[in-house]
Design a protein around this ligand. Sequence first.
Ligand SMILES: [Zn+2]
Length: 197
Amino acid sequence: MKIPEQLEEVIKHFSSFQGIGEKTATRFALSLLNWDKTRISHFSEAIENLLTVGKCPKCGFLAVENECRLCEQSNHRHTHQICVVESITDCMAIQKSLTYSGHYHILNGVLNPLMGVGPEEIGVEGLLSRIQERNYTEVILAINSTVEGDATCSYIRDQLPEKVRVERIGFGLPMGGSLEYVDALTITKALENRKQF
Ligand SMILES: [Zn+2]
């Protein structure tokens, strides 16, 4: 394309997003050309500020300072339940369903031995020590129903002492589907209908 390099550069950035093709990326970049200087600087400042967002050392959710908002809130709430998810987006989906009021733990994905992803890579150790320290008696595995997800659930269950009740959600959720794309009502039903695992 015979367009200014500056525009090409921005298109390249937008195209790198999952699900955004070159056409959409070009449209985004062209609309930025219509923005005034203040709007552009607010936008770039907002992106720059993302550098301050990291992960909560306790639960793995998004955090700006040491502790995330979920942990901050849950410090005042005593519960024996912890819900384990495989991604931040799945955690957000459950939060949106407003059904669950216990604590969360976000793993860094699921086990995938063929790709060299073991328990250490997904942070199982952190989960197990948290369960032990806080004496959770009920672990809800809200991990997606995939081959890797099933293996991850079995692995976690086998590492936990027998006195801990392990449950898995599943009702109404599509096989191989992701919580992220499921509506709030289905998540609510899946949580209500969890089964001992
Ligand atoms: Zn946290």
